[in-house]
Design a protein around this ligand. Structure first.
Ligand code: SAH
Ligand code: SF4
Length: 378
């Protein structure tokens, strides 16, 4: 018999699970054992946890579950980018994207269904805010991707023996999916701790990145509570422009944002901040903007990642031409700033950030599509 409102063990970081186990009268090592089954083995069945005492397994089955979000669509792009659409209830869906590269595999994780910050060029923002994801729904994306990618790898290595266990499939996590991670601070930090913990995923702090639009007080908290690599969505070289493109700038303007970046670097695992900069044709992409940026970030050790705008219907923006992006990058590079331009990946499965949200803006259509997907899965 199980309770109608079971506790989802994916909601706990290690300390949280130890405390919860203590409440059951169980020792800390039992919690760590279960932690490893869940996150190392991808196990969601208490009966399969063979070295856990039978009586404890029976108790857990009554009051707890291990429940990741449910994928309703799984698409693979020609370039290997894989995207899952996850049903998070009430007709809300979020996306998780896996991007394989030669020396690493990056998982792009969502933190909220929708986003309240309403950046002018972002389709997630246009969708409005639905709700925060739980810690289980955030770490569940890594849990699920590991499992589904692992299954794919096992199949592949049936053919190519010897390839298995050649390092991790997911070596990096970026909180760059849907939502503003620092607006869902507690759940995101619980999930980050699991990403870093050896009893769970054991990723290096340098390989876990939080991307923020610049919520200054939460940047300070992250620095104090769980410093990981930091990316900041800059997108403009002065306050007047950034006020329009990234409205949170009206609350935390550039001077404060730059100071917060400097404070963050005092404790960060990397010695630079990555500034993301979406390239919007005729809006923020002139030579003058590039020069203004160089002056703006003068005192912040940083790298730039230029992101060609991903268009979506009725956005009102266009992507800067490739030649314009090259010139813009050239000005930053000449000033001594390491600058990369993001490759557009997974275009054929709309795997770009927030892209899917653009398609499902119309809630009625979204419900319909989700339902159809569910039917297909059954
Ligand atoms: N909310 C966080 C993280 C999610 S968005 C943030 O804003 O940083 C990840 C990155 O994609 C951000 O830099 C965001 O500004 C950018 N982005 C959003 N919409 C985009 C679009 N249509 N084209 C290109 N980049 C976009
Ligand atoms: Fe939210 Fe980031 Fe999109 Fe801005 S860019 S609306 S903060 S998800």
């Amino acid at each position: 018999m199980s309770t109608s409102n079971p506790v989802n063990l994916l909601d706990f970081d290690v300390d949280g699970l130890v405390a919860w186990f203590a409440g059951l009268g169980e020792k800390p090592f039992r919690a760590r054992q279960v932690m490893r089954w869940m996150h190392h083995e991808g196990c969601d069945d208490f009966d399969a946890m063979t070295d856990v005492a039978k009586s404890l397994r029976a108790k857990l089955k009554e009051i707890a579950v291990i429940r990741p979000p449910v994928p309703v669509r799984d698409s693979i792009s020609a370039d290997g980018t894989r995207k899952w659409l996850l049903d998070v209830g009430n007709a809300n869906a979020v996306e998780t994207v896996f991007i394989p590269e030669t020396n690493r595999g990056t998982l792009c994780v969502s933190s909220q269904a929708g986003c309240a910050l309403d950046c002018a060029f972002c389709s997630t923002g246009k969708q409005g805010f639905n709700r925060n994801l739980s810690a289980a729904e955030i770490i569940g994306q890594l849990w699920l991707a590991n499992k589904l990618l692992g299954a794919a790898r096992d199949q592949a290595t049936d053919l190519e023996a010897g390839e298995k266990d050649n390092g991790r499939i997911i070596s990096n996590v970026v909180m760059m999916g849907m939502g503003e991670p620092l607006a869902n601070f507690d759940n995101v930090v619980t999930a980050l701790r699991l990403m870093l913990d050896d009893h769970a995923y054991g990723l290096s702090r340098r390989r876990v990145t939080v991307s923020t639009s610049g919520i200054v007080p939460a940047m300070d908290r992250l620095r104090d509570e769980c410093p990981v690599a930091l990316a900041v969505s800059l997108h403009a070289s002065n306050d007047a422009l950034r006020d329009r493109l990234v409205p949170i700038n009206q609350k935390y303007p550039l001077r404060e944002l730059m100071a917060a970046c400097q404070r963050y670097l005092e404790r960060a695992p990397r010695d630079f901040v990555t500034f993301e900069y979406v390239m919007l044709d005729g809006v923020n992409d002139s030579d003058a903007h590039a020069r203004e940026l160089v002056a703006l970030v003068r005192d912040v050790p940083c790298k730039f990642n230029l992101i060609p705008f991903n268009p979506f219907p009725n956005s009102g923006f266009l992507r800067s031409p490739a030649e314009r992006i090259r010139r813009f990058a050239g000005i930053l590079i000449d000033a001594g700033i390491v600058t990369t331009t993001r490759k557009t990946r997974g275009d054929d499965v709309d795997a770009a950030c927030g892209q899917l949200a653009g398609q499902v803006q119309d809630k009625t259509r979204r419900v319909l599509r989700l339902k159809q997907d569910m039917e297909i899965r059954r």
